[in-house]
Design a protein around this ligand. Structure first.
Ligand SMILES: [Zn+2]
Ligand SMILES: [Zn+2]
Length: 485
């Protein structure tokens, strides 16, 4: 009974009327932001285009990171690099006066291997280029940088106390860069974080994401001639196969929300040699870290049992881990209201032509060409999206709000050549500038009204719970700086 009353109260808290924004002052600030945005647009799109051309992969974003830092230094930010022992991770800070909110913005920058594509609407890989910006992180990095610069100018012009921290966050794609930055304490003292992601529609929905953890399980056996002396061999591949067999049985006895995937990364070299070593790479995902842990323990137990039963031994290395995303309605409603001040995206004639001739788009309601003009209706349901992101770890440490803009043609999936192509055109630029403006306008409201920051913090603390203790899912491992080499 008490439980259900508490649950009802919590629900009421989640639905309680958000801070009401004065439309007149929001409109005035939006006009200021638009003017600033016009002034720095060519600088921001130039930075994005450079990042797009360099297309540097996780932890190798040397030029991209340096270029972003340079822009911020020119705007008066001070920069600290090498955060969490990652050469390309940095925090750029602009501080004015004493006190006031400390607002963090995230700036990703890594590209994906295997999807280098020219900025044209048909499949046209760039020969000899290893990677491409198929997740739009060049726009993410340059757009957030533009927003940070606009916010620093607003602080300066108005004399308001506060601080802007731009986090240069490398290796989002499988490298969990932000987790090492969180672990190193880089987000301590930051009051709220605003972030965005390139997408194929404009939406500030408070969606969650899945927690995940990955590990490579390495089995060791004894090599032998597979025909002449099989009794002297112990197959490491048997260990891998026994593990996979038991995990596949486990699937029936886990919650519906659990996802487990694996690939065999080493299965031996020749059938006539009993494999002395073999490796299988596992991912486990679930709604939250707390849901994931008990399943993960069972997978580890299976690995031990598989080794025991096959006369082999096993060790495993945690590769990466991300917490789920903890949504914040106060911040998301603010981002939604901010984005609506600017409206959706209008294509020029040539952009419309590019969009209509782009091959391979999904055609589904809400994601058709023309829908980039709209902003998706706010939906407070906090539905989990099926992916995972290292923003999750940030969101369990600092109240975090996020959104997406249509940097890609509606119907485009992330991690495709179509995303790379549009990201290298003015379509990508327009989505990026809408994101920069939205971040800047929301940031101004937080700087103007520290009560909003308090409100976001209260929601964050209530959702996290009193006894929450943050532990990175990747444990104490070092950043895998060479994982894309
Ligand atoms: Zn991605
Ligand atoms: Zn991404």
């Amino acid at each position: 009974m008490i439980r259900s009353t508490l649950a009802t109260l919590a629900l009421m808290g989640a639905l309680s009327p958000a801070y009401s924004y004065d439309p007149q002052s929001l409109g005035k600030d939006a006009a200021w932001v638009e003017e600033q945005s016009d002034r720095i647009a060519s600088q921001a799109t130039g930075l994005a285009d450079n990042l797009w051309n360099w297309a540097e992969m996780g932890y190798q974003e040397t030029r991209s990171s340096a270029a972003i830092q340079e822009h911020l230094q020119e705007a008066g930010f001070s920069v600290e690099t090498g955060i969490g022992d990652i050469p390309t991770a940095f925090v750029a800070s602009y501080k004015q006066g004493r006190g006031g909110p400390v607002i963090g913005l995230l700036a990703e920058m890594d590209a994906l291997p295997g999807v280098a594509q020219h900025a044209v609407p048909e499949y046209s890989p760039i020969e000899g280029q290893a990677a491409g910006h198929a997740c739009g992180h060049h726009l993410f990095g340059a757009g957030s940088t533009a927003a940070a610069i606009m916010l620093s100018r607003w602080l300066e012009e108005t004399g308001t106390p506060g601080e802007i921290r731009l986090y240069g966050t490398p290796a989002e794609e499988g490298g969990s860069g932000k987790v090492y930055m969180v672990r190193a304490g880089a987000f301590e003292g930051t009051d709220v974080v605003l972030q965005w992601h390139p997408g194929d529609r404009n939406a500030a929905l408070p969606t969650s994401s899945l927690a995940n953890r990955s590990a490579k399980f390495r089995f060791k056996g004894v090599a032998s001639h597979a025909a002449a002396a099989p009794e002297r061999g112990r197959s490491a591949l048997d260990g891998v196969e026994a593990m996979n067999f038991m995990v596949n049985m486990l699937r029936e006895h886990v919650p519906d929300s659990t996802r487990i995937h694996y690939v065999i990364t080493d299965g031996g070299m020749a059938p006539n040699v009993v494999p002395a070593q073999a490796e299988v790479f596992y991912y486990v995902r679930d709604n939250t870290a707390a849901d994931l842990e008990p399943v993960w323990e069972r997978v580890e137990q299976i690995a031990r049992a598989a080794a025991q039963g096959t006369g082999t031994s096993v060790e495993w290395e945690i590769i990466h881990g991300n917490h789920s995303l903890l949504p914040n309605q106060v911040l998301n409603r603010l981002l939604d209201a901010s984005m609506r001040q600017f409206g959706g995206i209008e294509y020029s004639k040539s952009e419309e032509k590019f969009a209509r001739s782009l091959d391979g788009l999904a055609s589904k309601p809400g994601r058709m060409i023309g829908d980039q003009k709209k902003i998706v209706d706010y939906d407070p349901s906090e539905a989990p999206s099926p992916g995972s992101t290292d923003v999750g770890d940030v969101s369990w440490n600092v109240p975090t709000g996020g959104f997406a803009t249509a940097t890609w043609v509606p119907g485009t999936s992330a991690h495709t050549w179509q995303a790379v192509a549009a990201g290298g055109t003015s379509i990508g630029h327009k989505g990026m500038l809408l994101a920069a403006e939205t971040l800047a306008l929301a940031g101004i409201q937080l700087l103007r009204e520290p009560g909003l920051v308090e409100q976001a913090t209260r929601e964050f603390e209530r959702k996290r719970g009193d006894d929450f203790e943050y532990a990175p899912l990747l444990g104490d491992r070092e950043p895998p700086l060479d994982y894309r080499k």
